[in-house]
Design a protein around this ligand. Structure first.
Ligand code: ISL
Ligand code: CA
Length: 558
């Protein structure tokens, strides 16, 4: 058992634009976060992951960075940032910054220089190629629709951008660029940050020769040539030697397209690369062929299979991160639970389901209130570049049906997660006194922090308890995981085992009643309920339980 503080921690993600606005300009800011630190402390979390707050023209809301060592004006000043860090540290919490180094903004000075001439000293900080037969260097499509290449007239070459054309990819093959990045990371660590969440870090090494994707479409998915590429482990080991190993810190790499085998290397228990990674298999369960906008219903059997695979394959080899939503994903309760009749019950069930697995749990702002997806009537009410580019490609340039695409946006759009945090039932949910940059979800009068804090049965109170249990029972952190009742159509149940203790975690994933029967090979002397989301009946017997809709229970067996 390789004990680490970051395995025992719970992380809370803040999307600063949407968290709390302190000056009425409609945009969340650093001072706004500092005003809410007691709220975070009350919830009980250990680490804050702060989505990017660096200088940025905001083409992709801060994931396009024009200066890695300065703060975005809309969010405040470096002094505000230092006050936030001090406020966290004085309350015993840590700060994890977002590190976006697969790409920068095209307004970063490196790129401004790089595009000037082929012999500029920054030219090789980015990935430039001549065209092929009057077309792009290859057929890769960008994550945000269209070609991944942009032609630049100045030098008559194309640059690669796996995301928006204002997010040119950095060239990690260049050792000078790598050194710049390590220096920048060290600069933040010396200022006192406690870790990094690394944006799409498994995309930094592209295959030699940048081959076109097979498939023959004009623009096609080339993931196999840039996800988990040939030199990615070499780069991360170098970063680890040069920077990470010198600090007692937390690292999590965002790794779309990583398998458990990849993860066992990225997040190896010897600590030569990262602590853990974010994986996406469970986020892809409701996508059909062609990607996320081709929405299909997810199946409980698939969720069991995917989660169990990751739990078992990293056991003793690496470490999992646990999440069901973030700033790129729909709200968990709308996606995997029930956001109407059983909103409270299902939010608690999903929290239990996740927090009782092996790994470090991540809570996305508002999850602890059971915030839900949103439906805006007009496309104009959406802000996200991914949504607008996709709509243009599919509806305006393609011939797809407006209503069908709006429905996909309602289910999958990233702005579902980005509506302002719901603090109270006053105008704009107490997020701002001005006009919010993105509309507030109209359900804020019912769903808000003020209500939750007063109510001992709220989702917030329940999350407090989940977090507290983690501190009291080592088995929740370190116990090994086993799936039980594999074929049950509505219950997801599993055990955790540590020495002579066992947890039985029972989750009804449906709005119907369901019967749980304990497998006969699980024996015990005593059974104690650690947490449950309905009023518990004293005389229930664990061997056979009738569960209510979305009921969850955790038993500790000795
Ligand atoms: O959001 C996604 C699916 O809708 C992903 O494809 C996402 O774009 C991918 O996981 C990378 O995300 C990260 O990098 C992007 C940024 O837009 C996201 O917000 C960030 O989390 C580019 O920096
Ligand atoms: Ca503001």
């Amino acid at each position: 058992m390789n004990k680490k503080w970051w395995k025992e921690s719970v992380v809370y993600q803040i999307y600063p634009r949407s968290f709390n606005d302190s000056n009425g300009d409609g945009i969340g800011d650093l001072k706004g976060i500092t005003l809410k630190l007691d709220y975070l402390k009350e919830l009980g979390i250990d680490v804050v992951w702060l989505s990017p707050v660096y200088k940025s023209p905001n083409d992709d809301n801060g994931y396009d960075i024009s200066d890695y060592q300065d703060i975005m004006d809309e969010f405040g000043t470096m002094k505000d940032w230092e006050e936030l860090l001090d406020g966290l540290h004085s309350r015993g919490m840590k700060l994890m910054m977002d590190l976006v180094v697969n790409h920068s903004s095209d307004e970063h000075n490196w790129f401004v220089e790089s595009r000037k001439s082929k012999d500029n000293e920054y030219r090789d900080y980015y990935i430039w190629r001549p065209g092929k037969d009057g077309e792009e260097p290859n057929n890769w499509t960008s994550f945000f629709s269209g070609s991944a290449w942009q032609y630049d007239e100045q030098t008559e070459e194309y640059f690669l951008h796996l995301f928006s054309k204002k997010q040119p990819d950095l060239n990690w093959e260049n050792p000078v660029l790598r050194k710049e990045i390590y220096n920048m990371m060290t600069w933040w660590l010396e200022k006192g940050v406690d870790g990094f969440r690394m944006d799409v870090i498994n995309l930094i090494s592209k295959a030699d020769g940048l081959p076109s994707a097979p498939g023959g479409k004009r623009y096609d998915w080339g993931g196999e040539f840039f996800m988990n590429g040939p030199r990615v482990h070499e780069y991360l080991q170098e970063m680890n030697r040069e920077v990470l190993s010198k600090y007692d810190m937390i690292t999590v790499g965002e790794c779309p397209g990583a398998s458990p085998e990849d993860a066992a290397r990225y997040a190896n228990d010897e600590g030569t690369e990262l602590n853990m990674i974010f994986t996406f298999e469970h986020m892809d369960l409701d996508s059909g062929p062609g990607g996320k906008w081709n929405v299909k219903p997810w199946k409980l059997a698939d969720l069991k299979q995917v989660m169990t695979k990751w739990q078992k394959e990293l056991e003793g080899r690496g470490w999992n991160s646990l999440y069901l939503n973030n700033h790129d994903q729909p709200r968990m309760v709308s996606r995997f639970g029930n956001d109407t009749e059983y909103r409270v019950e299902s939010a608690k069930m999903l929290g239990t389901f996740l927090h009782m697995m092996q790994g470090t749990p991540y809570i996305y702002q508002g999850e602890e209130l059971g915030m839900t997806n949103v439906r805006f009537d007009s496309l104009e009410d959406y802000n996200d570049i991914e949504i607008h580019n996709m709509y243009r490609e599919k509806v305006i340039e393609g011939n797809e049906d407006h209503d069908k695409i709006m429905n996909a946006i309602y289910i999958k759009g990233r702005d579902n997660a980005r509506t302002p945090m719901q603090w109270d039932d006053s105008k704009n949910a107490g997020f701002t006194t001005g006009t919010p940059w993105l509309k507030v979800n109209p359900n804020y009068r019912e769903i808000n922090a003020e209500n939750a804090l007063k109510d001992p049965d709220s989702i917030f109170s329940y999350y407090q308890k989940l977090i507290k249990l983690r501190k009291e029972h080592e088995i929740i952190v370190y116990g090994t995981y086993d799936l039980i009742l594999e074929d049950h159509p509505s219950i997801y149940a599993y055990t955790r085992t540590l020495e002579d203790e066992k947890l039985v975690v029972i989750c009804n994933f449906t709005g119907e009643e369901a019967t749980f029967r304990l497998p006969e090979n699980i024996t015990y002397n005593s059974a104690e309920v650690l947490i449950e989301n309905y009023r518990f009946e004293e005389n229930d017997s664990l061997s056979s339980l009738d569960l209510k809709p979305y009921e969850t229970r955790v038993y500790l067996l000795k």
